[in-house]
Design a protein around this ligand. Structure first.
Ligand code: NVA
Length: 311
């Protein structure tokens, strides 16, 4: 059975550390590992919009010696034109791994259950685990290496009910971070996700704190302040309501001042200046968002090499 990366806790704390170690190695030496030499192909299947994910996986797969086979979800119509299982059985005869951005996590689970090759979550409605690996790498980069990760205080504010909120909780707890999430009533993380993150944090020395209606409390003394769009892909219909509900959570220079003086700002992008973040913050000296976007490539290459070795 192949190993998959469907959610953040598919890697144990030791495995996550090994992946991050490889990512640092690959950042220093991009062509150090070429497990896809041939080239072998990796399918990149997108049911939702993409920029960073397509670019970073494509460049990364090429650096691993492979061929990135982009499959347009609008043409493939997975689950409409043919079933998830049939699509998977066709693709896994052509490629060495499948990377999929889609809607419900259950679609990815269905693919993983029948796939003969590793399946990687490139974002679902529930999780975005590749992004969190890139973010952990960015924190390590700005804090003196992987050993500095455990104990960092990461505050995620805004739509804490979305995929990024869930992945920060579980992936951050796996790395031994103190994860603080803050969002208003109605935008709180799923209770199962919080429970799972607490369970992991208890083994790594990290912790999980969920706050409501006080963005300043969430970011107090944070080493890392993070936010995400208030309107995730698929939430467009409730956009106006979301902007109204979440407006107190904009990351402003004043909110950043509640964090530690050397705190960095992260955002998975795309960013909406004047909505979830003020331009002065994302375009200011404490922002590490471009390193973060670059680190997608290194982190994803590392996770692919790890999964391909487990077969
Ligand atoms: N929460 C956002 C993340 C985008 C990378 C979304 O799902 O649209």
């Amino acid at each position: 059975m192949p190993r998959h990366f469907l959610r953040d806790d598919d890697l144990t704390p030791a495995e996550q550390r090994e992946v991050l170690r490889r990512a640092l190695e690959l950042r220093a030496e991009p062509f150090a590992r070429t497990p896809l030499a041939g080239p072998q192909s990796v399918a990149l299947l997108f049911d939702k919009p993409t920029l960073r994910t397509q670019a970073s996986f494509s460049a990364g797969i090429a650096e691993l010696g492979g061929f990135p086979m982009v499959v347009d979800g609008r043409l493939a119509q997975v689950g409409v034109r043919e079933s998830v299982a049939d699509v998977t059985r066709v693709l896994d005869r052509q490629v060495s791994a499948i990377v999929w951005r889609t809607f419900g996590q259950e679609r990815l689970d269905e693919m993983a259950a029948v796939s003969a090759v590793p399946v990687v979550n490139a974002l679902t409605d529930q999780f975005h685990p590749c992004q969190i690996l890139a973010d952990l790498l960015t924190v390590a980069q700005h804090r003196g290496g992987l050993d500095a990760l455990p104990g960092q205080r990461l505050a995620y504010v805004g739509d804490a009910a979305n995929n990024m909120g869930a992945s920060y909780l579980i992936g951050g707890a796996t790395a031994g971070l103190h994860v603080l999430v803050g969002g208003p009533e109605g935008y709180q993380p799923d209770a199962d996700v919080v429970r799972r993150a607490e369970e992991i944090a208890a083994t790594t020395g990290g912790s999980v704190t969920v706050t409501t209606d006080d963005p300043a409390a969430a970011v107090a003394d944070a080493d890392v302040v993070v936010t995400d769009t208030w309107v995730s892909m698929g939430d467009e219909e409730s956009a106006a309501q979301r902007v109204q509900d979440l407006s107190p959570y904009q990351v402003t220079p004043e909110l950043m001042d509640r964090a530690r003086p050397d705190a960095i700002f992260l955002h998975c992008l795309p960013a909406y200046r004047g909505k979830e973040v003020a331009a002065e913050v994302i375009d200011g000296p404490r922002s590490a968002v471009w390193d973060e976007a670059e680190n997608r490539r290194h982190a994803q290459k590392a996770v692919l090499t790890f999964l391909l070795e487990q077969r």
